[in-house]
Write a protein that binds this ligand. Structure first.
Ligand SMILES: O=C(O)CCC(=O)C(=O)O
Ligand SMILES: [Fe+2]
Length: 564
């Protein structure tokens, strides 16, 4: 079935909406439509929404497993849920790593061309006799559906209710009682499957101090002058009419991102640089030049980030000296169902340990993050879901090592409160020249396109496509090592040569005293060669993470399948 791709950092996350090529026939893909059909279909019906629902119920089950269950259940949630419960409850498979291992084995053993390799081993399509819980038991009538449980720490929740910054004063948000009621309704089914292995409680953070405490982010409210925020929102909304949805190949299908994206550069030479960028093996649309309001906002944001950097330890791999933001990836989410899936922003053109300043304009949305690297000091927080509410005119600065060690998403939610820009431009509004921005959210991620990481300096794989820079984060032996890998699958009908190169980052950044010219170290063998040694090591580590809703990880999974 269509994997839910996620995003190539600036790029898309796609929905499960996917279009099969005409030559493909997969009877199990009853729910697969052409992009056009999916776009027209009721949004609630999309696999994206269903996956989000499953994710909100089974927080600690891998997304790949959820996708496969959904596939086996032919998109029927009422069938998928008991399948997953059954898998999780079985003692052998309740360990998600064992489950993932099974999954990878089944993928390795499966033939290419199957839309969802190995699915049948994991979730036999033959319906099992299972206790089928009522779907309604899992679907809270809560506007913040994607918050799996309102496990704000009690203190942070109650504090947030008093805090002037807290968005809990937003009348559209559920009351504390509603939250607790919903949480109670979730407790029962979740507890029964997780008694033996208690999972960290999801957090919902509203206050900057809570955000600072729990993750490498800084949240700032009312970051821009109110008038500038309103003007910027207005021009970006207008400009977004010409932005497009990314499309790329994933598992033999073309997938489409469930939001519109565009790229901006500050200066002419940055424009040239950005026009050379490739994501998911595809050249991006020509970048645009920063609009005057983007420049105004950039100045404010650059100063804030640099002031804060003075109070932080700067890792040797980070940009030393002043941080600048000469490029921006922008996203337009038209309504509550538009989203971006789990991903980390790619390092290819940003270099290691980037700082990214993410500005929200318009409707409030949840920004959900989770740490993918186990924390030796706080093992109990591994995989913990943290949701941060991002209202209009808020800045979320993602500090290093956020892109190396965490993933983030903007999940679909049932509703968002329409944002009004009336107060800012009252007269124009009355005159009819300014519309209420409604449910739309604009996101501008200000970034530094880093010296030494330009398209010309990016290696090209055997497919002839720019490779992607990534960091190993799951394998102890190679933890923290950077590598380039083939990322051509997005443009090559799902096919990849699987090439990768280790990167000696110390050397690349000029941090080494020695001048031995060993920038990269080609390690990869032919895609059909059984892997061993360092390849295997890598494949078992950062390269082998399978997460069904992350485009980049899906490509890795595909690579693994090809190598078997
Ligand atoms: O919309 C957001 O807040 C996040 C966007 C994002 O993650 C990205 O553009 O890489
Ligand atoms: Fe991102």
């Amino acid at each position: 079935m269509a994997q839910q791709p996620r995003h190539q950092e600036w790029e898309p996350h796609s929905t499960l909406s996917s279009s099969k090529t005409s030559s493909q026939t997969d009877s199990s893909m009853a729910s697969v439509h052409t992009v056009e059909e999916v776009t027209e279909s009721k949004e609630e019906e999309t696999m994206d929404f269903k996956l989000a629902t499953l994710l909100s119920i089974f927080e600690s089950t891998s997304e790949e497993v959820l996708l496969q269950a959904l596939h086996s259940a032919e998109g029927n949630l009422e069938v998928a849920i008991p399948l997953i419960l059954s898998r999780n409850q079985s003692s052998e498979l309740s360990d998600s790593s064992a489950l993932d291992q099974d999954l990878s084995k089944s993928q390795l053993g499966s033939s290419r061309g199957s839309a969802s390799p190995g699915t049948d081993e994991l979730f036999p399509r033959k319906r099992q006799k299972l206790v089928q819980p009522r779907l309604s038991a899992f679907l809270p009538a809560d506007p913040l559906l994607s918050l799996p449980a309102y496990a704000c720490t009690t203190s942070s929740l109650s504090q947030s209710l008093e805090d002037p910054y807290s968005i809990s004063s937003d009348p559209a948000l559920p009351s504390l009682n509603e939250r607790l009621r919903w949480k109670e309704s979730l407790d029962e089914p979740i507890a029964s499957s997780s008694l033996a292995n208690p999972k960290p409680r999801p957090l919902v953070l509203y206050r900057p101090e809570d955000v600072a405490q729990h993750c490498p982010c800084t949240l700032i409210f009312n970051v821009l002058d109110k008038d500038l925020a309103g003007r910027l929102l207005k021009v970006m909304l207008k400009d977004s009419e010409t932005w497009s949805r990314n499309r790329w190949w994933l598992f033999e299908r073309i997938v489409t991102s469930p939001h519109k994206t565009s790229y901006f550069a500050e200066r002419e030479n940055d424009m040239e640089e950005v026009s050379g960028w490739t994501y998911n093996g595809r050249k991006q649309d020509a970048p645009r030049r920063f609009l005057p309001e983007m420049n105004e906002a950039k100045e404010v944001i650059r100063k804030i980030v640099n002031d804060l950097r003075k109070t932080r330890d700067i890792h040797p791999y980070e940009v030393q000296g002043e941080w600048d933001c000469n490029v921006a990836a922008v996203n337009h989410y038209a309504n509550s169902k538009e989203s971006v899936g789990w991903h980390a922003d790619k390092l290819t053109y940003l270099g290691p340990r980037p700082t990214i300043a993410s500005l929200t304009l318009g409707a409030t949305r949840l920004f959900r993050i989770r740490k993918v690297v186990p924390d030796a000091k706080h093992p109990d927080t591994a995989g913990q879901l943290i949701s941060i509410s991002l209202p209009h005119n808020s800045l979320c600065i993602m500090w290093p090592p956020m892109q190396e060690e965490w993933k983030h998403e903007v999940p679909p939610v049932p509703t968002v409160t329409p944002h009004s820009i009336r107060s800012v431009c009252n007269l124009q509004y009355i005159l009819g020249s300014v519309k209420n921005s409604g449910t739309a959210r604009i996101n501008i991620t200000y970034r530094l396109s880093r010296e030494g990481f330009s398209p010309e300096e990016t290696p090209v794989c055997r497919c002839g496509v720019a490779m992607v820079l990534r960091c190993v984060f799951k394998n102890k032996a190679n933890y923290g090592r950077y590598f380039y890998m083939c990322y051509a699958a997005g443009s090559h009908e799902g096919k990849t040569c699987g090439e990768f190169h280790w990167v000696d980052m110390e050397e690349k950044l000029g941090l080494k005293k020695s001048s031995v010219p060993t920038t990269t170290d080609v390690l990869y063998a032919s895609p059909t060669t059984p892997t061993s040694g360092p390849n295997q090591d890598l494949l078992e580590s950062g390269c082998s993470i399978v997460e069904g809703v992350d485009g980049e990880d899906d490509v890795e999974a595909m690579i693994r399948g090809e190598l078997a």
